[in-house]
Design a protein around this ligand. Structure first.
Ligand code: FES
Ligand SMILES: [Fe+2]
Length: 403
C-alpha cells in the first residue's frame, strides 16, 4: 500500500491514518473540567462518553447504549458505573453490563452484552485514552516531563476546540518561516526577546532535525561570544504532540538578555487530539521550573492584553476578523482556511523543509502500522528521573550542540 499525504488527513476507524493514531495514548479530557456528570467527547471519529464513577474510577465508553442506542451522555453516574436513562442498563468503566432492570433476573443476557470501552489513564491533570489493538495490554504510557511533578509549577489551560484538521495545526509547528510574517506584528512584536529573535529583517537560521520521538526545529542566531549561538528549538513528538520552550520570553520578558542565558526552564506542551477529520481538541500544559513564583500570573496578564489590534471596517463581514495582533487568532486564520493535507494544490519551497520532513515521517509511521510494525515514537525512553523529555531548549550554547 502506498501511503500518501491524503492518508494523514483521515482519522476514523479503519483508515490507515486512524489505525496509526490508535497505536498511541491520546488526551481526551482534563481532571479540572470533568465534573460529576457524563461528558460527551468525540475522539478519532468515535462518539464516546467520559465519566468518573462515585468511587473515583474513570470510564470511557461508547456514547450509544448497547441496548437500543440512547446516549449515555444523559446517564446517571453511580457507585459502580453509569446507568442508561432509557431502560436503566448499568455499565461499569470497562463496558461490562451489570444490570438490566426489566430483563429476567436469572437470565444470561447481561453477560452477552458489552458496551464499547477504552482504557484510560490520568496523569498530571490530563485524562488519556488508548483506542488501539490489544486494549488489555496498551503501550506503556509516556510520562512527558511537563506532566510529572519534579519541583516546578504547572498551568493547565481550559481545553480549546478548533474546527479544522489537527494536522494543519501540527505541521505549522515545523514551519518557522511563518512566525516573522504571520505573527510579525503581534505578541512577538512588543520589544520582547522573541520580537528581536524573530525579526522579519533579520530572521534566525533554522534546521529540521530527526529525533527518536519525532523531530525538532532548531532556530539559531550568532551568540554573544565567538563559538556560541542563541538557540530556540521546538519539538514535534509523534503522533500529535508539540513542545515549545520560549513562551515566557516571547510574551512576558522585556529585557532580551533575561532568561536567555539560563537555558530552558519552561515547557509549553500542546497535545492535539482529533475529534474527526475536521475538528480537534487542544490540551495545553505549561511546566515551569524557574525561580519566579508569579510566572503564570504575569503570563496570563500578558496574554489578556494581546487582543487583535486590527481595525474592522463596517462593511468587512469576513468571519475571522479581526485577527492581527493575537498569535492564536493569526494561526487560526492561516491553518483554519487551508484544505486538508493531500487535498490542496501546493508549491513547496526550501523554507518548507520542516513541513516536508514531518509529512514524510508521518507517512512512514502510517506505513509501519499498516505493515504490523511499531511506529516511530511509540516506545520512548525515560530519563533517570523517570520521565520522557522533548527538546525545547531556549538559550545560549556552544555551536554544533543542536543536532
Ligand atoms: S437504550 Fe440504553 S437501556 Fe435501553
Ligand atoms: Fe503560528
Amino acid at each position: 500500500m502506498q501511503i500518501t499525504n491524503a492518508d494523514i488527513a483521515h482519522v476514523g476507524p479503519g483508515t490507515p491514518g486512524g489505525d496509526w493514531l490508535r497505536r498511541y495514548w491520546h488526551a481526551v479530557g482534563t481532571t479540572k473540567e470533568l465534573f460529576d456528570i457524563p461528558q460527551a467527547v468525540r475522539v478519532l471519529g468515535e462518539d464516546l462518553v467520559l465519566f468518573r464513577d462515585l468511587t473515583g474510577k474513570l470510564g470511557l465508553l461508547g456514547q450509544a447504549c448497547a441496548h437500543r442506542g440512547a446516549s449515555l451522555e444523559y446517564g446517571d453516574i453511580e457507585e459502580r458505573g453509569i446507568r442508561c436513562p432509557y431502560h436503566g442498563w448499568l455499565y461499569d468503566g470497562s463496558g461490562k453490563c451489570l444490570e438490566q432492570p426489566s430483563e429476567p433476573k436469572d437470565g444470561q443476557f447481561c453477560h452477552k452484552v458489552r458496551q464499547v470501552s477504552y482504557p484510560v489513564h490520568e496523569q498530571g491533570g490530563l485524562i488519556f485514552a488508548y483506542m488501539g489493538p490489544n486494549p488489555d495490554t496498551p503501550p506503556r504510557f509516556p510520562n512527558y516531563s511537563a506532566l510529572v511533578d519534579h519541583g516546578g509549577q504547572r498551568l493547565m489551560e481550559d481545553t480549546r476546540h478548533l474546527d479544522y484538521s489537527w494536522f494543519n495545526f501540527y505541521e505549522n509547528s515545523a514551519d518557522p518561516a511563518h512566525v516573522w510574517i504571520l505573527h510579525g506584528a503581534s505578541g512577538y512584536g512588543q520589544q520582547t526577546w522573541g520580537d528581536r529573535f524573530f525579526s522579519v529583517d533579520d530572521p534566525p537560521a533554522f534546521e529540521a532535525v530527526d529525533t527518536p520521538y519525532g523531530m525538532k526545529i532548531v532556530m539559531t542566531k550568532p551568540g554573544p561570544e565567538p563559538g556560541t549561538e542563541v538557540v530556540d528549538e521546538m519539538s514535534l513528538g509523534l503522533p500529535s504532540i508539540l513542545q515549545v520552550g520560549d513562551t515566557p520570553y516571547v510574551h512576558a520578558r522585556v529585557d532580551p538578555k533575561l532568561g536567555v542565558n539560563a537555558g530552558s526552564d519552561y515547557e509549553h506542551l500542546l497535545l492535539l487530539t482529533p475529534n474527526d477529520d475536521d475538528h480537534f481538541m487542544l490540551f495545553t500544559v505549561d511546566y515551569y521550573t524557574g525561580p519566579e513564583p508569579d510566572m503564570f500570573e504575569r503570563l496570563a496578564d500578558m496574554r489578556k492584553r494581546e487582543l487583535p489590534t486590527q481595525e474592522v471596517k463596517p462593511y468587512d463581514k469576513r468571519p475571522l476578523m479581526p485577527f492581527r495582533g493575537n498569535v492564536r487568532r493569526e494561526d487560526i486564520v492561516a491553518q483554519g482556511t487551508q484544505d486538508l493535507v493531500g487535498y490542496r494544490t501546493e508549491h513547496l519551497g526550501p523554507s518548507d523543509r520542516g513541513v516536508i520532513m514531518i509529512r514524510k515521517m508521518v507517512r512512514e509511521a502510517i506505513q509501519a502500522v499498516a505493515e504490523g510494525k511499531a511506529p516511530k515514537g511509540l516506545h520512548l525512553e525515560e530519563n533517570a528521573e523517570g520521565y520522557v523529555t522533548l527538546d525545547s531548549f531556549v538559550g545560549v550554547r556552544s555551536m554544533g550542540q543542536s543536532s
